[in-house]
Design a protein around this ligand. Structure first.
Ligand code: 5GP
Ligand code: ZN
Length: 112
């Protein structure tokens, strides 16, 4: 079982900031910004390369959760970046699809 599935199953702890039937969001262990939360589907999907048509609804729920987290963490107005890394060139290190929400400082573009 992957590390994020273990977080879903509460086999390893995480600082959960949002949870519903489809999705949970928890603070990144190594934050890259003052706010760094990972939003994941409870059901294991490895990456965008594995997304199927039937996954559309749960993936949409990631964005509903992102809005909720941005509001509850007080960054909706100042802004935030949503990132989903796929594969080695993008720096994906955990093979359970996840949406990063990064906020609390100005960010540069393009990303490194
Ligand atoms: P990726 O590099 O795959 O886009 O993002 C994976 C993220 O998961 C990294 O930012 C990393 O810090 C975070 N991470 C890895 N293992 C754990 C863990 O056990 N708990 C938490 N909360 N975050 C983790
Ligand atoms: Zn998983």
């Amino acid at each position: 079982m992957c590390i994020f599935c273990k977080i879903v199953n509460e086999e390893i702890p995480a600082a959960v900031v949002y949870s519903d039937d489809d999705v949970i969001a928890f603070r990144d262990l190594h934050p890259k910004a003052p706010l760094h939360v990972l939003i994941i589907p409870r059901r294991h999907i490895s990456s965008v390369n594995d997304v199927e048509a039937d996954d559309a609804a749960v993936l949409g729920r990631l964005f509903v959760a992102a809005r909720a987290v941005a509001e509850s963490e007080g960054v909706a107005k100042s802004g935030y970046r949503l990132v989903m890394n796929t594969g080695s060139h993008a720096g994906q290190t955990v093979d359970h699809i996840h949406l990063h929400i990064l906020a609390g400082r100005a960010m540069s573009w393009p990303p490194g």
